[in-house]
Design a protein around this ligand. Structure first.
Ligand code: DGL
Length: 292
């Protein structure tokens, strides 16, 4: 095993670059190889079988590129294909669902401490995700394991709006307002009063500011809700695994860490939109054909 680990990151598109962004801050010494399966996006409206097949193709590709650890940055693939991936993988696999649920638990603990353990009785989490992730109830199960009750709301219009670059746009704001209003009523009908909104889709972290603004403008009467995503928590999990499995990464390697990007559709679009997700320019993207 090399002294500098190679971390493979997979998503249906560029959204997983939000996870890579968090990883670069926490594990800067690793080599990274990222695959965005842009030709087959969106995964969020597809069946479990199809998503698992696509995800396993991506795993094999990243293993062939030398990945020693496979990060499933895609929430939909994590929700529906983690078992299939773990069964196929020769390397450790980390998804985003469990770290997201555990981050929601940590946020609740923190809020309880701030409220001196008196006011905050809510164990509710509102999970916003794709249709397929919601149907799988993977977040509800993961939250339940942390003693939290999740209401999961599908927000299918948000991925295309983010893909369109409408990050700070009145149409996106109105769509977000409608989804939140519906979700809070539906959650309330199940006696779930959320203290946290968990952004359970790779694209939604780009809308965090917009969600904050919608909450302030339209939901000021609701109990305060914090907004979080799985990216940071997943990166923490990867950092821990790297520390356990790869020793003294930065001291023994004399070469600079590398970053490689692959996309299954337009490399130009990946570069343009991906930079927004990664938070810095992407110099070079290679095209790869993983079939249909
Ligand atoms: N990457 C997907 C997710 O995080 C969103 C985009 C898609 O539907 O493929 O769920």
């Amino acid at each position: 095993m090399s002294s500098r680990p190679t971390i493979g990151i997979f998503d249906s598109g560029f959204g997983g670059l939000t996870v890579m962004r968090s990883l670069l801050a926490l594990v800067p010494d690793a080599n990274y190889v990222y695959l965005g399966d842009t030709a087959r996006l969106p995964y969020g409206s597809k069946s479990r079988e199809t998503i698992a097949r696509y995800a396993v193709d991506s795993l094999r590709f990243l293993e062939s590129q030398g990945a020693e650890l496979f990060v499933v940055a895609c929430n939909t693939a994590s929700a529906l294909a983690l078992d299939a991936l773990e069964a196929e993988a020769k390397i450790p696999v980390i998804g985003v669902i469990e770290p997201g649920a555990s981050a929601a638990r940590a946020a609740r603990n923190e809020a309880m401490q701030e409220a001196a353990a008196t006011d905050l009785t809510s164990d509710g989490v509102l999970v916003l995700a794709t249709e397929a992730t919601v149907q799988s109830h993977a977040y509800a199960r993961a939250c339940a394991a942390h003693g939290l009750r999740a209401f999961e709301k599908a927000c299918p219009l948000l991925v295309p709006l983010v893909e369109e670059g409408w990050i700070d746009h009145p149409v996106t704001e109105e769509v977000a307002r409608i989804y939140l209003a519906e979700a809070l009523v539906q959650a309330g009908a199940q006696n779930i009063i959320p203290h946290t909104i968990l952004l359970g889709c790779t694209h939604y972290p780009l809308l965090q500011d917009l969600f904050e603004c919608v909450l302030l403008k339209h939901f000021a009467d609701h109990d305060p809700m914090s907004i979080l995503d799985s990216a940071e928590a997943t990166a923490q999990r990867v950092k821990q695994l790297v520390a356990e499995r790869f020793s003294s990464t930065s001291t023994t390697s004399t070469t600079e860490p590398t970053q490689k990007f692959f996309a299954t559709d337009s490399v130009e679009k990946f570069q343009r939109l991906g930079s927004r997700f990664l938070g810095c320019p992407i110099a070079y993207v290679q095209h790869v054909d993983l079939g249909g």
